[in-house]
Design a protein around this ligand. Structure first.
Ligand code: PGA
Length: 239
């Protein structure tokens, strides 16, 4: 399976940030990267301009969220993101689940809206620290998968992001990552890519990306600088 290395810029990125992508693309072009998919999900304000500028390059552009349809002031639909040149949409990121009270049902509706618009949703799941300490990480993730995955289409990506590992510099042990990814694989089809996310850095990417059933990474902080993101992209093993 072709690995997917996705950068989630969150609420970072101004027009001037384009220089980081130019640097990234330059390095990717020098390294024959066809054996891996590289994605940058900038804030909404940059999706159209970055997609236009880099449409023929070694990277793709995605959104960080979408709404389904209807009158929702301030929101953006999956169709609009497709129209702007996005190829993927992150849905159900833990920050949206926590900050905006997004339920599994809403995440599922967003994933289905993305699929209807011809985009690939990256559906995020992950347990809280208290869940892991209490030994119920798999129960939590299992319930999220049950509630959030589209029923009819398997053209989606799952990102396992333990909430306590996001932006903290903490990561699960390799054995814990392997166990959770095997569990997620048992709940989905063999051709669905399962990304790991949460404090992926140049220093740990190789080890994490080599784990069975880890088919790529969703990278936050370390995706903002080409100097950090490029080595993570190149750390993905070739199948
Ligand atoms: P991080 O974020 O890499 O900064 O931990 C990951 C994410 O939120 O997707």
């Amino acid at each position: 399976m072709k690995p997917l290395i996705a950068g989630n810029w969150k609420m970072n990125g101004l027009a001037s940030s384009v220089s980081e992508i130019e640097t990234l693309v330059e390095r990717l072009n020098g390294s024959a990267p066809e054996d891996r998919d590289v994605l940058i999900c900038p804030p909404m304000t940059l999706v159209a301009s970055l997609a236009a500028q880099f449409s023929d390059e070694a990277i793709q552009i995605g959104g960080q969220d979408c709404h389904s349809s209807g009158a929702h002031t301030g929101d953006v639909s999956a169709e609009m993101l497709a129209d702007a040149g996005a190829a993927y949409i992150i849905v159900g990121h833990s920050e949206r689940r926590a900050d905006h009270g997004e339920s599994d049902a809403l995440v599922k509706a967003k994933a289905e809206a993305a699929l209807r618009a011809g985009l690939t949703p990256i559906i995020c799941v992950g347990e809280l620290e208290a869940d892991r300490k209490a030994g119920r990480a798999q129960d939590v993730v299992g319930a999220q998968l049950e509630g959030s995955l589209p029923e009819t289409d398997d053209d989606f990506v799952i990102a396992y992001e333990p909430v306590w590992a996001i932006g903290t510099g903490l990561t699960p042990t390799i054995a814990d990552i392997e166990e959770m990814h095997a569990f997620i694989r048992s709940k989905t089809r063999n051709n669905v890519r399962i990304l790991y996310g949460g404090s992926v850095k140049p220093g740990n990417a190789k080890e994490i990306l080599a784990v069975a059933n880890v088919n790529g990474a969703l990278v936050g902080g370390a995706s903002l600088k080409a100097d950090d993101f490029f080595p993570i992209v190149m750390a993905a093993p070739v199948n």
